[in-house]
Design a protein around this ligand. Sequence first.
Ligand SMILES: NC(=O)c1ccc[n+]([C@@H]2O[C@H](COP(=O)([O-])OP(=O)(O)OC[C@H]3O[C@@H](n4cnc5c(N)ncnc54)[C@H](O)[C@@H]3O)[C@@H](O)[C@H]2O)c1
Ligand SMILES: O=c1ccn([C@@H]2O[C@H](COP(=O)(O)OP(=O)(O)O[C@H]3O[C@H](CO)[C@@H](O)[C@H](O)[C@H]3O)[C@@H](O)[C@H]2O)c(=O)[nH]1
Length: 340
Amino acid sequence: MVLITGGAGYIGSHTASCLLDAGHDILILDNLSNSFRSTIDRLQGFAKTSTLRFVEGDLLDRKLLDRLFLEYSIKAVIHFAGRKSVPESMQNPMLYYQQNVEATLNLVRAMGEHGCHRMVFSSSAAVYGDAQAVPVTEVCPALPKSPYGHSKLMVEQVLRSIASAEPQWCLTILRYFNPVGAHPSGQLGESPRYPLSNLFPQLAQTIAGEAGPFQVLGQQYASEDGTGVRDFIHVQDLAEGHLSALSRQQPGCQTYNLGTGKGYTVLEVIAAFEQVTGQPVPFEMAPARAGDIGCLYASVELSRHALAWQAHRGLNQMVEDYWRWWCSSTAYGTPLRGCS
Ligand SMILES: NC(=O)c1ccc[n+]([C@@H]2O[C@H](COP(=O)([O-])OP(=O)(O)OC[C@H]3O[C@@H](n4cnc5c(N)ncnc54)[C@H](O)[C@@H]3O)[C@@H](O)[C@H]2O)c1
Ligand SMILES: O=c1ccn([C@@H]2O[C@H](COP(=O)(O)OP(=O)(O)O[C@H]3O[C@H](CO)[C@@H](O)[C@H](O)[C@H]3O)[C@@H](O)[C@H]2O)c(=O)[nH]1
């Protein structure tokens, strides 16, 4: 059985569906702080030949972790649970050290004590900060600009240190670039409780008439049009990357970028939304966001070779699947105005 922490969340639920499709039995631990029980119900539809168990609980609860490892035969853990907003971490750094670092220490302690030594960890491109060169490789210096990025790097360092001291550990660190999109079936997507400040949901809100003009945050970056550059990756490609990573784990601790290797500016993403939705996006220029990185996209050579995996869905597919989910989703209330 594979334990998936944060499996009711955005990336966790897509990965859970891939694991179920591939015949893995899974146990999801999630405190539903940023997700809903209805996602678990929908995931049950993917459990054809495999089983899905769900426990509502918190990684900060050490007794609960002990109980889970005693009760279930957990062979490996995919650890998604945590907080993920760069701007929120600038306002409340301690929340990030508690939810991302302390919670992971609890989990790793329980794993070690109960003889489970395999983990795939959700890290982030945010660990790179303003990379000296792009595409950024896994050996480039990690110089995070936000407490969120620091919290991810701290966990990475703990995992590397444990693996070098204790040879029984098989640890995989996946540095995600910018996950977007939704499951093509329309069954899964991003359904957060906290408001999202990311590019895709902000654009969708503007197009749906739920917010004013979209704000382009920063125009002085070193890109063709001066706006920020990111490596957007379809969440389904990302989920498939976890399956490859899990099946190719080795002793020690390995770190891989999961991206497409291609960067798009904010203005290019606006154009893709206009093309896919057929609606204009009113936007205005605004100051850069504190803690924001300028231009970042991944070198994907290492993950392609070592994981035998690569992303193959393009930007328009990401926008199409995201927009379909957005328009049908009731997680944000009733279906939104302006969707076509
Ligand atoms: N979405 C992104 O843009 C992105 C990019 C890079 C890395 N990541 C990382 O990937 C992971 C998953 O991201 P996501 O987008 O699916 O986020 P998400 O918020 O949708 O999912 C996280 C899940 O973890 C649960 N959770 C949070 N704290 C918990 C705790 N203490 N105990 C138990 N459950 C808890 C939440 O309820 C939620 O269901 C995070 O670690 C995030 O930092 C995300
Ligand atoms: O209203 C908005 C929101 C975003 N942006 C820009 O869009 C780009 C992408 O921003 P966003 O979608 O917020 O992503 P990131 O700040 O790159 O952070 C995301 O991507 C990281 C990995 O790169 C993850 O670790 C984080 O969890 C996740 O929030 C940046 O240039 C932003 O300045 C705007 O111009 N206007």
